[in-house]
Write a protein that binds this ligand. Structure first.
Ligand code: SME
Length: 177
């Protein structure tokens, strides 16, 4: 099996995301280490989807002062903001609400955190443990940025929510988050 960009045809998004979900399951099979799997998932997604300038993970942690925040995890793209307060930016808002956020124009999102000035639109998906309520069920967020306005539509949301569920279920996440 080969993993890489060009074999996915996103002119048919449901089909392309179906193929990508199948390849992601194969890529993560047999390994439970979250760093290894998140790193490979970021590389697969970044190589597969057109028009991305960043793809990666933020993980919930408690700061030295006791505040809840997100810390950057495995990613592809330019170096990124290291810590984001819970409830801040697109990532912190999606994490706090444990909901997918699609931002068609980051300039219009109050509190957007600009790590790369090339970013124009963004989608952030929570990684949730099934059946675990509240913040305990949140193991991270998957963040994708694009240099194109309105890059992410409902088909992207549906396809990426499926990928996020595969990643959440394929890893042993830190017990203390
Ligand atoms: N734009 C994000 C910050 C993370 S970077 O895009 C990689 C936000 O507002 O949360």
């Amino acid at each position: 099996m080969s993993f890489g960009g060009s074999q996915y045809d996103f002119s048919d998004k449901p089909r392309a995301y179906g193929e990508l979900a199948r390849d992601l399951e194969h890529l993560l099979a047999g390994e439970r280490n979250w760093i290894a799997n998140a790193a490979n998932a970021a590389a697969l997604i970044y190589g597969a989807l057109p028009d991305l300038n960043w793809a990666g993970f933020y993980l919930p942690v408690t700061s030295p002062s006791g505040a809840r925040e997100l810390v950057v995890g495995p990613f592809q793209g330019m170096p990124a903001c290291v810590r984001i307060a819970m409830g801040h930016g697109v990532c912190g808002t999606a994490a706090q609400r444990r909901e997918t956020l699609v931002v068609p124009d980051v300039a219009a999102f109050e509190g957007h955190i600009a790590c790369d000035s090339a970013s124009r639109s963004e989608i952030v998906l929570p990684l949730l443990l099934p059946g675990v309520a509240g913040e305990a069920g949140l193991v991270g967020v998957l963040d994708l940025d694009s240099p194109r306005l309105a890059r992410f539509d409902d088909a992207d949301r549906a396809g990426l929510e499926r990928l996020a569920a595969i990643i959440a279920g394929a890893c042993d996440w830190p017990k203390v988050r």
